[in-house]
Design a protein around this ligand. Structure first.
Ligand code: PLP
Length: 470
């Protein structure tokens, strides 16, 4: 096969046209897709044909055929799950990353992307108020970032009691007690499962989903007491905290919980998939005071920072520990000169795209003031939605709106489910249903940079319509 530059020109021109058509359609289109997955499967199904297809035709067909089955997640009227949009500079940067086609595993193999990701990491640590000496890797998302923070925790704590987990594994290892709140995100359980821990010991949470400090103290005391009885001191402990509860947006009481855990020699990991970004805002930072004292942190750039999928961030405070747990050494992977870890030493992946580059572009586009305005704007919109919706008859807001999340009830569980179903069926805006504290709720997550006052008003009207039809 011979490379023909014209094929790239044609394919990328079509891709650009298709992408812009999609983006131009967003302000006026319904958020919901107009075709379901079975209908979309029928559009694409069929045997792979024998003969090749012209590249530009492939791209053209893809853009045209996929369109009915796309959810307008980049819309300012999309409030489902916790899903950000994409800033123009980060989308542009993401295209370049694909065109450059760099394998971002090693510093010497791709100097430009390694340097850009390094700078993006430095900017992130500064913006989030985390120690400048911490080590940072770009993962696929926060689930992997939780894994990436907890793997060094496991290796470090076991090493401290004389057990090298890299050679000996987990079978027969000294026990590590993992504590996590009843309201942790399910991805923490996944990360623990991948690491061979099984389910965590659960510490109760309060009505906003925050870990209860007295319960945590009692749990830590119980672990220490049991270990002392068995002659196992010090008992290795991991505490998983949360910055940003999926339903309420609430933050665990960081300073108190971390201080208590550290008194017991525990490793503290913070899942801050979307909420860690509150630390970048002067008006919100007090809610996470002390978060910088933790030992590892997981966050997403594809949520609050609004970079394209997929981009998570894993941060470990002690230099060298992540590399000891996740790095490898083998002859064919010649390393750069110097001691700095390669990107592949700080995450589970070896080969990967340079997903940190769109983070650099997002931060560069925003600047410090823009980042603060982005985060504060999400919170202001969440508060407006909460206030305006709470004014409708029979609607109650179940959480204190301290960040970007709002949980609503429309009275009985049945009515809440009906209003949610109506809203989703109409599809003009998108909010998702859930269950929280034993009640059905309509959940709103304001995570898109482009949501504005008009989107808020439009969305309140859509909820009112759904209520009137129910
Ligand atoms: C979204 C989320 C995760 C998982 O993140 P992914 O990027 O989807 O892997 C973990 N924790 C919290 C609190 C989240 O909101």
């Amino acid at each position: 096969m011979t490379a023909n530059p014209d094929d790239f020109h044609a394919a990328l021109t079509r891709a650009s046209a298709g992408a812009l058509e999609w983006i131009d359609s967003i302000p006026d289109r319904k958020v919901a897709p107009s075709a379901n997955v079975n209908e979309m499967h029928a559009v694409f199904a069929g045997p792979l044909q024998d003969s090749p297809t012209d590249p530009a035709t492939v791209v053209d067909e893809l853009a045209r055929l996929a369109e009915p089955g796309l959810m307008a997640m980049p819309s300012g009227r999309f409030f489902g799950w916790v899903i950000g949009g994409t800033l123009p500079a980060s989308l542009g940067a993401d295209w370049l990353v694909s065109a450059w086609d760099q394998n971002a595993a090693m510093r010497y193999a791709s100097p430009a992307t390694a340097a850009i990701e390094q700078v993006a990491g430095e900017w992130l640590l500064e913006a989030l108020g985390l120690p400048a000496t911490a080590e940072l890797g770009f993962t696929t998302g926060a689930t992997t970032a939780n894994f990436t923070g907890l793997a060094p925790a496991r290796a470090y704590l076991l090493d401290r009691v004389g057990w090298d987990v890299n050679t000996k594994g987990m079978s027969g290892s000294p026990r590590i007690t993992v504590l996590a709140s009843a309201e942790r995100h399910t991805s923490v359980d996944l990360a623990l499962r991948y690491l061979g821990f099984g389910a965590p010991s659960v510490v109760p949470a309060d009505d906003q989903g925050r870990i209860v400090v007295d319960e945590l103290r009692a749990a830590l005391d119980a672990v220490a007491h049991e270990a002392a009885t068995l002659g196992e001191t010090p008992a290795p402990i991991i505490l998983c905290l949360q910055a940003g509860n999926l339903h309420s947006g609430a933050f665990d009481p960081m300073a108190e919980a971390i201080t208590l855990a550290h008194e017991r020699g525990a490793w503290v990991h913070v899942d801050g998939a979307f909420g860690l970004w509150a630390a970048a805002s002067p008006s919100l930072r007090a809610q996470l005071a002390g978060v910088e004292l933790a030992d590892s942190w997981a966050t997403d750039a594809h949520k609050t920072l609004n970079v394209p999928y997929d981009c998570g961030v894993a941060i470990v405070s002690r230099p060298g520990v992540a590399r000891a747990a996740l790095g490898t050494q083998t002859a064919y992977l010649i390393r750069a000169t110097g001691d700095a870890p390669d990107p592949m030493d700080l995450t589970p992946e070896m080969s990967r795209r340079a997903r940190g580059v769109p983070v650099w572009a997002a931060l560069k586009q925003l600047g410090r003031s823009g980042l603060v305005a982005l985060i504060d704007g999400l919170v202001a919109n969440a508060q407006s939605l909460a206030t305006e919706l709470a004014a409708l008859p029979g609607v109650s807001v179940l959480n204190d709106v301290v960040f970007t999340q709002v949980c609503l009830s429309f009275g009985s569980d049945e009515r809440t489910r009906e209003v949610t179903a109506r809203l989703i069926a109409e599809g003009a805006v998108w909010m998702s249903g859930s269950k929280w504290s034993g009640r059905d709720v309509l959940r709103i997550s304001v995570s898109n940079w482009s949501t504005d006052a008009a989107d808020v008003a439009f969305s309140v009207a859509a909820v009112r319509r759904a209520m009137e039809l129910t």
